[in-house]
Design a protein. Structure first.
Length: 94
């Protein structure tokens, strides 16, 4: 099993910084390329740009929780939750 992860192409876990606009302010987010790929796909599925998708997600979290202490962590967890939900569709449709 470790070979699966050890043989992963380094490009997938290299980090990239992108700028996004959140509530009128521009901020930078640094994530591993694997997470950017997931976010790009999620945004595409919603017919949004990745920046728009992140802005909407940020707004929803702010509306429900009142704060986002660490945007990068929130985005990584959102990706992980998406992958968990996708892996177990039957358990979440009931």
């Amino acid at each position: 099993m470790c070979h699966v992860y050890a043989s992963t192409a380094p490009e997938r876990y290299e980090c990239t910084t992108r700028s996004v606009r959140l509530q009128g302010s521009v901020t930078s987010v640094r994530l591993e390329n694997e997470f950017w790929e997931i976010l790009d796909r999620l945004a595409h599925d919603q017919r949004l740009s990745t920046g728009q998708f992140i802005s909407e997600l940020y707004g929803e979290v702010m509306a429900t929780k009142g704060t986002v202490p660490n945007l990068a962590s929130m985005l990584r967890v959102a990706c992980a939750v998406h992958l968990h939900l996708r892996a177990e569709p039957v358990a979440h449709t009931a």
